[in-house]
Design a protein around this ligand. Structure first.
Ligand code: T46
Length: 134
């Protein structure tokens, strides 16, 4: 069977009588040093986002509230992942076209990235992505 395009990582949870606390740390759930964090929230009904790939960027996505459906495409194979738990992190490596659909109204998608924002790292044209040599 072909390797999955993405990896869903269990994030250690420290629950007690007060509630939950989740930890993603280097050497544990996190495989890279984080240089940037952003989060997507308040997404309007029916809106989809993404529609690009990255040349080098690695990211770790955690849906800390609500749910979202992601489509990942490597130019040949496509996978769908639903993120609806703050106990799971989705590792998305470079060279993957990503789309985000079906955001719940309460969705907060937190993304940890291994590099600062760089528009030159994006491939925003799907045809160019399919033609792109890794
Ligand atoms: C990704 C998916 C999962 C910045 O100025 N700095 C940043 O760090 C980011 C992430 C975005 N921006 C600007 C660039 C655009 O003018 O914010 C605007 C919206 O970004 P974009 O249209 O790329 O957002 P999404 O939701 O389509 O994609 C984002 C990330 O950009 C992308 O890296 O993998 O989330």
């Amino acid at each position: 069977m072909a390797d999955p395009l993405t990896q869903l990582v269990d994030i250690p949870q420290h629950g007690d009588a007060r509630g939950q606390l989740a930890v993603a740390e280097l050497g544990g759930a996190l495989p890279f040093v984080v240089r940037r964090i952003y989060w997507i929230y308040g997404t309007k009904p029916g809106v989809s986002r993404g529609f690009h790939a990255h040349k080098k960027l690695r990211q770790f996505c955690v849906c800390v509230a609500g749910s979202v459906r992601l489509i990942l495409f490597d130019g040949r194979r496509e996978e769908t992942v639903i993120l609806d738990s703050s106990a799971k992190g989705l590792l998305i490596g470079p060279g993957l076209w990503r789309e985000m659909h079906d955001f719940s109204a309460d969705c907060i998608l937190m993304v940890l990235a291994d590099a600062e924002y760089d528009e030159a790292d994006y491939i925003r044209d799907r045809e160019a992505f399919v033609r792109h040599e890794p």
